[in-house]
Write a protein that binds this ligand. Sequence first.
Ligand SMILES: Cc1cc2nc3c(=O)[nH]c(=O)nc-3n(C[C@H](O)[C@H](O)[C@H](O)COP(=O)(O)OP(=O)(O)OC[C@H]3O[C@@H](n4cnc5c(N)ncnc54)[C@H](O)[C@@H]3O)c2cc1C
Length: 378
Amino acid sequence: MKTFDVAIAGAGLIGSSITLELSRAGLRVGLFDKQEPGKEASWASAGILSPAPENPGMIATVPLAKASMALYPEFIAMVEELSGQTTGYRAKGTLEVITSRHAREELSTIIALHHGLGLQAQPLSAVDARELEPSLREDVEAAVLRPAEASVDNRLLTKAILASAQKSGAEIFAGAKVDSIWTEGDACRGLLVCGEQISAAHTVIAAGCFSAQIRGVEHYAPVRPAKGQMISLVCTEAKIERVLWGDEVYLVPRDNGQILAGATVEYAGFDKTLTAGGQKKLLSAAIDLVPAFENARIEETWAGLRPDSPDHLPILGPTDLSGLVIATGHFRSGVLLTPITAKLVGEFITLGNVGMDWEPFSPTRFAQAQKQSHARAN
Ligand SMILES: Cc1cc2nc3c(=O)[nH]c(=O)nc-3n(C[C@H](O)[C@H](O)[C@H](O)COP(=O)(O)OP(=O)(O)OC[C@H]3O[C@@H](n4cnc5c(N)ncnc54)[C@H](O)[C@@H]3O)c2cc1C
């Protein structure tokens, strides 16, 4: 029987970064993925690093997001040094473009919201915005510059983290499907992988939107897939320096000259089909924001499945089964939240406590909510 200090299910950004953190701490870690590691959401993502909440429901994640953003430069430096690989990290800020006739009101609301949450945001006139990003459409009304935001090439980052983890002593198993957790009484003893028992003092479930398919984990990680379609463009006539946010699309420049346009959010089960409607929506919004894209070459199209939880918040922390930790449900922010997730899970496993309040993300909250609603009904 294989025995590890820590057994981890799922080798996306979350599972592989936790593996790296714990291997560097000197623990013997086994990382299991049902296919080639790093080929799900972490491959499909846009890699934007933005702690700003997309809606009021996401405000609870802002402290976590800010902490992760602060860790990013050091995290990238460590991973690039260990792996000897680049990650396409671009700390150039992001620009939210405003085209509505009520630009002045919109601008002050956005700035107040950001400042209220302790996030940097600067109002820009249309002239200043087009000076920063000359390829933007001419009738921009105003813009908001978020100078502390960034982006990273998530595909390169995932590869580099996996290489760093391996160099740090982790054992990575591809084509190793985790069927269930292995429990004895109220303790988790490890994993069942392709029928084989894997023994571990600590078990971490980080299987993204597939986590609920692992037997024994359903109640802690009731995640579902949220499909996102993407397009990559190459356009010599357009020069984009930083991430641009439009109303219906975001554009993400890569170091290799490609510009990603994303993304749809669709609840269509475990289905990665590209649809005419989804692609049309992205292309017309991208051309609307940067008219030169009319002549852009379509380099690649793809879709991926984000791990979404019932309240759209991450699912992070220990369960009521001793030895079992969950790290999933990162929805639209998993790339951003990678360093803090690895740090917190690492602290919990090595020290038994964590440096910030992660109770709002507890995996036991869904079972508790269910019990409370049953009690009310009776
Ligand atoms: C189109 C799109 C755009 C996005 N844009 C951004 C963005 O700009 N910024 C941002 O921060 N986030 C973004 N995200 C979200 C981000 O990509 C995810 O939150 C993050 O990648 C989740 O990482 P993960 O490791 O939890 O999951 P995944 O990357 O999905 O990894 C899960 C892994 O578990 C494996 N697995 C599944 N089941 C099993 C099993 N039974 N046994 C063994 N292995 C298993 C899978 O093969 C996979 O490798 C985007 C996502 C998408 C789809």
